[in-house]
Design a protein around this ligand. Structure first.
Ligand code: SF4
Length: 378
């Protein structure tokens, strides 16, 4: 039976963080119930279209899914299980913000079948949390992770950030040391990118952001890799680290060019080489679902060199890299013949390494991933 990933988007947050350009909105409580009804309708419809597939990974992301009242989250989970064939050993993740779930809710989420929890923590420095516009304190973050463990979650992850305004190497070291004390299996560590339309973009324009310089950014990157590896967390993707056996199976689907269905406003799907996205507009999404119409506003099927380039750069984000036989299986072509000249250049620059099975980024290549990815795109 074919395997399928499911992504469910909950586009609500308690407050908008200053750096965030994700499709998430604060102050939309009035939509919680109607959004859930619309989502349930899409889950049922899509379940009927995928009755021949087994869902082996599910990811409820956002936004902050745990701002939804528990009965609504429970309804979503129950309808997923009734509408799709969910494998007994499926990885089922939910994202949460510290302080948006209490001990009892965590216990109930675990009982619903969710077995992996990812907290957005970003930093264990109070000043930086305030600078980011986060809703929680350091203590709340620590307490939430510990409560999740007590509720039965043994697969816990947190997100952290580097390259923050005013951030020092010492602050990053302290943050990683605090993280290392927690019962975590996985960490995502993202470098801040100032996105258009965010409060940080306004600050940057006004000259008030004070970001670390390139040398400090590079030092932070090196420090993260070396510190986490000493703690038993291997880097398996540019921004992701896990103990053995705890890489996020759902996210690996994105990088391995495997199919997934996205449900909810702004959710993306990838099926049979076709990418599509639902409208990010919550009211428009609800209206479409209520009328039994499609919420898809974007759809494209990549072909030829574009599709090949996309598969290559997604695979190269992982430390396992691109395997020649995966490429041959997907496109019925020979990778080494297709990209001979490019490979010579990238090897000479020290950006990739190559063996009999495939290619992957070197440590230097990880720092300049975008340079490598561009060379494979037409
Ligand atoms: S909690 Fe996450 S999704 Fe919500 S605004 Fe902050 S960063 Fe964005």
């Amino acid at each position: 039976m074919k395997k399928l990933g499911l992504y469910v988007h909950i586009p609500f947050c308690q407050q908008k963080c200053f750096y965030c350009d994700f499709p998430s909105f604060a102050g939309q409580e009035a939509f919680y119930a109607s959004y859930t009804r619309a989502l349930v309708r899409e889950i049922v419809d899509q379940g009927a279209c995928h009755s021949a597939e087994t869902v082996d990974t599910l990811f409820i992301g956002g936004g902050t899914p745990t701002v939804l009242p528990l009965p609504l989250l429970a309804e979503i989970c129950q309808v997923i299980c009734q509408s799709f064939q969910v494998a007994d050993d499926a990885e089922w993740t939910i994202e949460a913000n510290p302080g948006t779930v209490d001990a009892e809710e965590l216990y109930q989420l675990r009982k619903l079948g969710i077995n992996r929890l990812s907290f957005g923590v970003q930093s264990f420095d109070e000043g930086l949390l305030r600078r980011l516009g986060r809703i929680h304190t350091v203590q709340t973050a620590i307490c939430s992770v510990e409560q999740a463990q007590a509720a039965g979650f043994s697969n816990l992850s947190i997100d952290l950030m580097t390259g923050l305004p005013g951030q020092t190497l010492e602050q990053l070291q302290h943050t990683l040391e605090e993280a290392a004390k927690l019962p975590l299996r996985h960490l995502s560590v993202y470098a801040l990118k100032v996105e258009e339309g965010t409060a940080f973009a306004v600050d940057e324009q006004a000259g008030h952001l004070h970001l670390p310089d390139e040398a400090l950014d590079a030092a932070m990157d090196d420090f993260v890799v070396s510190f986490l590896s000493k703690q038993g967390f291997s880097r398996y993707e540019i921004s992701n680290y896990a103990q053995k056996g705890f890489a996020c199976r759902h996210n690996l689907k994105y990088w391995h060019y495997q199919p997934y269905v996205g449900l909810g406003a702004a959710a993306h799907s990838f099926l049979n080489g076709r990418r599509q996205a639902n409208t990010p507009d919550i009211a428009a999404y609800i209206a479409a679902m209520t009328k039994g119409q499609s919420a898809v506003i974007f759809s494209e099927t990549l072909g030829g060199a574009e599709a090949r380039g996309e598969m290559i750069f997604l695979a190269l984000r992982t430390t396992a890299g691109l395997l020649f036989h995966d490429y041959a299986k997907q496109f019925n072509r020979n990778f080494l013949q297709d990209y001979e000249n490019i490979l010579v250049n990238l090897r000479q620059q020290g950006l990739i390494c190559q063996n009999k099975q495939g290619i992957s980024l070197t440590n230097l290549g990880m720092k300049f991933g975008n340079v490598v990815f561009r060379t494979f795109l037409p």
